[in-house]
Design a protein around this ligand. Structure first.
Ligand SMILES: [Zn+2]
Ligand SMILES: [Zn+2]
Length: 183
């Protein structure tokens, strides 16, 4: 099984990851911009049993739009956030892709919060990307039909005042009509 190590800037906080990430997700949201100091964040989600953390850390806990808190583990010496535990998905650990310092790391397969994307950042090439994150996308073993179901659910949430939008999304995604998103 492939082994990768993510570390903070000073190197004392290490996160050992076995195997490949389940999903790599790029996020344009303002919380990720604040956390990273960059204009988007990229997370690699691993099954928690494949992740082992070594070194001193502190936790910064914040809420998220999904209603579940996220616990960010950061190095008390250099301040880098290396990994986090999404309470919505206790079986997953998010690891900051930049912490691997590996330009060959697998590229993101989705991006969320496109409405917060800086104008000069190229749009994502991925299909089914969402203008926001309904909080479900940071899940394990998500597949295309689940993404479609989520797109419908999201449209339903955002389009309470605009039922035409829901109809439009359903027409674009006929296979997923009537499916419920997994939570
Ligand atoms: Zn450090
Ligand atoms: Zn984000």
């Amino acid at each position: 099984m492939k082994k990768r190590v993510a570390t903070c800037a000073c190197g004392q906080l290490r996160v050992n990851c076995a195997g490949d990430p389940v999903i790599v997700s790029l996020c344009h949201c303002l919380d990720c911009q604040k956390r990273t100091g960059s204009v988007f964040g990229i997370a690699a989600f691993f099954a928690s049993e494949n992740v082992e953390q070594q070194g001193e850390f502190r936790i910064y806990r914040r809420g998220s739009n999904s209603g579940f808190a996220v616990n960010f583990h950061f190095c008390p010496h250099c301040g880098s956030t290396v990994c986090w535990e999404p309470e919505r998905k206790p079986d997953a650990i998010g690891v900051a892709v930049g912490s691997f310092a590996d330009p060959a790391f697998p590229s993101p397969s989705q991006s969320v919060y496109d409405e917060r994307r800086h104008a000069w950042v190229p749009p994502s090439p991925h299909t089914n990307d969402l203008p926001q994150n309904p909080g479900i996308l940071h899940g394990l073993s998500i597949n295309r039909s689940e993404k479609e179901a989520i797109a419908i659910q999201f449209a339903g949430l955002s389009a309470r005042d605009n039922p035409m939008q829901v109809q439009l999304v359903r027409r674009q995604l006929p296979a997923a009509h009537g499916r419920r998103a997994r939570v």
